[in-house]
Every structure is written in C-alpha cells, then in structure tokens.
Design a protein around this ligand. Structure first.
Ligand code: FES
Ligand code: FES
Length: 164
C-alpha cells in the first residue's frame, strides 16, 4: 500500500505492507537505524520516536499510521550547526554508556522540555518512565535532560520590555 510519511522534515512515498510496524519502516525501508529495537513489545522504549512532537513507541504503531504525521527520529536532532543541545548534554553529562536506550531517552527529553522548560528530577523520571536503561542507573540521564533544558532556556531570546 502506498503511503507518504514525513520523517525529519523529508516526505517519503513508500509502498509498504499494511502490517509493517513503523519501527521496521524507519529502520529497513528508510535505513534510519538510530531507532533501536529492544523488546518489540512496547516495554523498553528503545524504539521511541516523536509523532507530531509526542513520544511514541514505534514498535506499537503500523507504518501506515504515520501518514500525514511529522515523525522525528534521533537522526533528526542533528542540525547543520552541530549537535542538538540534548545530544550535547548527554555527551557532557555521561548520560549514556552502551547507547542502546539513548535515542529514545533523548527524544523523550526533547518532548519534555518543550512542555516543561525547567523539569524537576521527578518530572524527568516520570517522563522517562517508559524507557529502560540497563547501564547508567538513570541519574546521569536525568542530569543530562535538565542540562539541556537549562541550555535551551539560556539560548531563548530575551522578551522585550513591556514598555519598549
Ligand atoms: S522495541 Fe519498542 S518498546 Fe521496546
Ligand atoms: S546506556 Fe545502555 S541501556 Fe542505557
């Protein structure tokens, strides 16, 4: 079945099986292998992508359900200017070890700080509650997401004074 899926700002028209999961469309049809597969059963979060800005587990959706939606994968975080602040914060704060969970963690972090520019420890832990990390113990992931939030706030334009 023919569908058009927009991933990281680029529209792709693909002929896919209606039963094909979104994670397989991303990894196998589009070769975007930064989206990982851990459990294939909605438990680990390794396959997390943003679906119109909302984190979803791409092993839980069919590819055809992404028609007309903006999908962001970890590859979409990198810009011409370099690493996204979330990527830079994970690097600086040692938010990863093996890296298997990292794409999903960073995308959940991105969605969180869009909604909550200064998340507490508990806010971050709630947000990443569906994402499993076997390596880090989570503490540095929490620190990295909070550091990315702080960097985002620092780079936000200062509002003009009301009487300017
Ligand atoms: S691979 Fe999708 S949640 Fe684990
Ligand atoms: S860094 Fe290895 S699973 Fe999280």
């Amino acid at each position: 079945m023919e569908v058009t899926i927009t991933v990281n700002g680029t529209a792709h028209t693909l002929d896919i099986e209606p039963r094909e999961l979104l994670v397989h469309v991303l990894r196998e049809d589009l070769r975007l292998t930064g989206t990982h597969i851990g459990c294939d059963s909605t438990s680990c979060g390794a396959c997390t992508v943003l679906y119109d800005g909302v984190p979803v587990k791409s092993c839980t959706l069919f590819g055809v359900q992404a028609e007309g939606v903006e999908i962001t994968t970890v590859e979409g975080l990198l810009t011409a200017a370099g690493l996204d602040p979330m990527q830079a914060a994970f690097k600086e704060h040692h938010g990863l070890q093996c890296g298997y969970c990292t794409p999903g963690m960073m995308l959940v972090g991105k969605a969180l700080i869009e909604q909550n520019p200064a998340p507490s420890d508990d806010d971050v832990r709630d947000a990443i509650g569906g994402n499993i990390c076997r390596c880090t113990g989570y503490m540095n992931i929490v620190k990295a997401i909070q550091a990315a939030a702080a960097a985002q706030q620092q780079s936000a334009p200062t509002p003009a004074p009301a009487n300017a």
